[in-house]
Ligand binder design. Structure first.
Ligand SMILES: [Fe+2]
Ligand SMILES: [Fe+2]
Length: 274
């Protein structure tokens, strides 16, 4: 099965890159399942129902979230009627929405997608390792799911690596989101789980994490109240990871970073183009 995971969509630039390129990539690469983090899709802050629908229509099967889940308050309501939009599983009990989704991929396989949030340098939440363990024991790889994708929305690479090795052999892909900068550690762990500490963002990289530079720089220079951070509006780059899984084991057979757009070194699964 061919899986594509894309990191945090930031604002219009990120949305446009996804809308322009994803439908073509789904065809060209014969993608079976696409998961995208959408926590910054609405101007950098959260996601609206209209934007959620637009991203799903462009070819995403599941949209994940993170610490910006509720920046657009309407998400607290519409997430209840949108099973393809998930938020971190380790929010407190009673939080709207779900932390996992099982979707049917294009090839008919069942894909479990889990979203969890880290605790190092983040708002403390419930234990993400226990939360992911719960979701995986309810829907284990091979027994119930044909592929398992875990989006670990976290700041610290140590916590992300710990999650990767914790789930090695039990997930098809463990990928980090949240830092908006892609890491150069795309690989398959010894137990067969594809891994990358951070997927990077879908957005304008001529920016500071997808937001316009001036106000962000000013905040480092002066500790006075300023204006709102606004999403950068230049051409967006798609950034993430592409994984081919084995249909029997559900584990990764090949993996490639994906970076398509103006600023970064380009990367894509070249074998999929043949
Ligand atoms: Fe983000
Ligand atoms: Fe985040």
């Amino acid at each position: 099965m061919r899986l594509l995971f894309l990191g945090d969509i930031v604002g219009r630039a990120g949305r446009q890159a996804v809308l322009d390129r994803l439908p073509g990539l789904r065809q060209r690469w014969n993608l079976d399942c696409v998961v995208i983090n959408g926590e910054n899709a609405a101007g950098g802050f959260g996601i609206t129902e209209a934007i959620c629908d637009e991203i799903l229509a462009a070819g995403a099967d599941v949209i994940t979230l993170g610490n910006h889940s509720w920046d657009q308050r309407e998400a607290l309501v519409f997430i209840e009627r949108q099973p393809r939009l998930i938020r971190p599983a380790n929010y407190p009990p009673g939080t709207p929405g779900r932390g996992a989704a099982v979707v049917e991929a294009r090839n008919g396989a069942r894909v479990l997608v889990v979203n969890v949030m880290g605790r190092l340098f983040m708002d403390p939440l419930d234990d993400p390792f226990a939360a992911v363990e719960r979701e995986l024991s309810a829907c284990p790889l091979r027994d119930v799911a044909d592929a398992v994708v875990v989006d670990f929305h976290a700041e610290a690479t140590s916590e992300k690596l710990a999650m990767g090795y914790f789930l090695d052999g039990r997930a098809s892909l463990v990928v980090g989101t949240h830092t908006h900068v892609p890491t150069a550690d795309t690989r398959i762990l010894p137990g067969g789980t594809a891994y990358q500490s951070d997927a990077g963002m879908c957005g304008d990289y001529d920016s500071i994490l997808g937001m316009q530079k001036d106000e962000s720089i000013r905040r480092f220079l002066q500790k006075t109240p300023g204006s709102r951070l606004e999403a950068a509006l230049g051409q967006g780059t798609l950034s993430g990871i592409a994984v081919e899984t084995d249909d029997v084991s559900g584990l990764a057979k090949s993996v490639s970073a994906v970076r398509l757009g103006p600023e970064l070194d380009q990367a894509w699964p070249t074998a999929w183009d043949s």
